[in-house]
Design a protein around this ligand. Structure first.
Ligand SMILES: [Zn+2]
Length: 469
């Protein structure tokens, strides 16, 4: 049973079974070995290190030493990943760098896209037809997937797509996008991208949230795809090619769903703050000007419904709403609770009163790293949990009351297009967030960490770069 769970990628189950055997003293070495390997592949390096020190005989693959290196920030070279092989008929088709529309093909419900290094695919909902998709949507999709590597994807899009009337949200079932969902009209379509590569991700957390939200009357469209492998051909780990590649399934569905806008749950940490630690005038950034105009070329508004709200504000909205008990940001939990040992459990579960272990090596490593990751939010979390003693060198940044970080920033509302702005504003007020004006302390955030900057523990592979253009 233990091996079956491990081989099926069910790590939480495998770990529970292994612990049971270990407690009973049965098949000890096997159980310890499987437990260590399972913890390793869920990136729980601190526990791997702890257990391999306790049971050196069970460390058959030298994972203890590797875990120690990972905890010091060493990253393995990312592996190139290959997707599903396209049908025979497509294999001789060459990639076109001049006409992006030619790179898309449909066989049954499967949509294929050829990129310079291979193929990726999506399983589209019933009734979706490539032939009825406006070319600008296929060109914009190619742009969000290939912009860093194929300059020609920036060419003007085919004009003429008339904006639809509906709105969809790129929804990950996590805290930020669920807060975005709660601020948008309840008929907003929720588009969930299901990663089909890397079988190690536990989908149960998201599945539970999806089921609860569907029962609550929301429309969820799930689109499985492996497009996150594209960038593994360019020296990066699996993940989104650009910030908006996380919503490519909705760009592709825009005509099918009659969309006039696509929303993304990006909080102020990544909009009005640069790297979560320095204020910038977001509307005048190259990033916002470029991408909002680009979506409009395809008849789509780019909607950032929580750009005026921080991660802390998003946590507050979700914890006061109907989905408080089904959303958990920890990627290593069992679908019900967090692992209590990761940085997410510290930042996102701790301030909500959920348990975490401040002595876990991962949390200690992040707390020591300078620059502190997502600094403004981390400082707020530290202060809100009265843990200032863990970061004595940051006392000067914790002297002032940071509770304003939970409040909304009014200028952000101006970025949200009509007809959605009014609803977002009204719902922001409903969630009892204060709305601070231009002179909010947000506009003075400028956190620096001197010169001895050390990049911390490996950043998450699955998350997109945080709007750093
Ligand atoms: Zn966790």
């Amino acid at each position: 049973m233990l091996r079956r769970a491990y081989n099926a990628g069910e790590d939480v189950k495998a770990q529970q079974l292994a612990w049971k055997l270990i407690e009973k003293g049965r098949d000890l070495l096997v159980a310890q070995d499987v437990l260590i390997r399972s913890l390793w592949r869920t990136s729980a390096y601190d526990q791997v290190l702890e257990l391999t020190e306790r049971w050196p005989d069970a460390d058959l693959h030298g994972l203890g030493a590797q875990a120690a290196k990972r905890l010091q920030g060493e990253r393995p070279a990312p592996k190139v990943r290959h997707g599903k092989i396209p049908p025979e008929i497509l294999r001789s088709v060459a990639f076109s760098s001049t006409d992006m529309v030619e790179n898309w093909h449909q066989t049954g419900s499967v949509l294929w896209f050829q990129h310079p290094d291979g193929w990726v695919h999506w399983t589209m909902p019933d009734g979706w037809e490539l032939s009825t998709c406006h070319p600008s949507l296929l060109e914009l999709s190619a742009d969000v997937l290939l912009r860093p590597w194929v300059p020609s994807v920036r060419s003007p899009l085919t004009p003429g797509r008339v904006p639809g009337t509906e709105l969809a949200l790129s929804w990950s079932a996590g805290t930020d996008s669920t807060a975005a969902m709660q601020l948008l009209p309840s008929d907003t379509v929720l588009g969930y991208h299901r990663r089909t590569v890397d079988g190690l991700l536990d989908h149960r957390n998201a599945d539970r949230t999806i089921a609860a939200v569907q029962n609550g009357g929301h429309r969820v469209v799930t689109v499985p795809s492996d497009h996150e492998i594209i960038r593994t051909h360019r020296g990066k780990s699996i993940g989104f090619s650009t910030d908006y590649a996380s919503g490519v399934h909705l760009i592709l569905l825009a005509d099918h769903l009659n969309l006039g806008g696509i929303a993304f749950g990006v909080p102020s940490d990544n909009t009005w703050l640069w790297k979560g630690r320095k204020f910038r005038d977001f509307p005048s950034t190259h990033h916002w000007k470029t991408w909002s105009a680009r979506f409009l070329e395809a008849g789509l508004h780019l909607v950032l419904p929580i750009n005026h709200i921080s991660e802390a504000g998003a946590m507050r909205i979700v914890s006061n709403g109907p989905w408080a008990n089904v959303v958990n940001s920890c990627m290593r939990g069992d679908g019900k609770t967090g692992c209590e040992r990761c940085w997410k459990c510290f930042l996102k579960n701790g301030p909500l009163g959920r348990p975490f272990d401040e002595k876990s090596r991962e949390i200690k490593t992040f707390l020591r790293a300078r620059p502190l990751r997502t600094a403004q939010h981390a400082l707020w979390a530290i202060q809100s949990m009265d843990l200032e003693h863990l970061v004595p060198d940051l006392a000067h940044l914790l002297a002032e009351d940071l509770s304003w970080w939970e409040e909304a920033y009014r200028p952000g509302l101006d970025l949200i297009p009509f007809p959605w702005r009014e609803e977002v504003e009204a719902r922001t007020r409903e969630h009892m967030l204060q709305i601070l004006d231009d002179d909010s302390p947000l506009s003075r955030v400028d956190i620096s960490f001197g010169t001895e900057a050390v990049e911390p523990y490996p950043p998450e592979a699955s998350k997109t770069a945080a709007l750093e253009a």
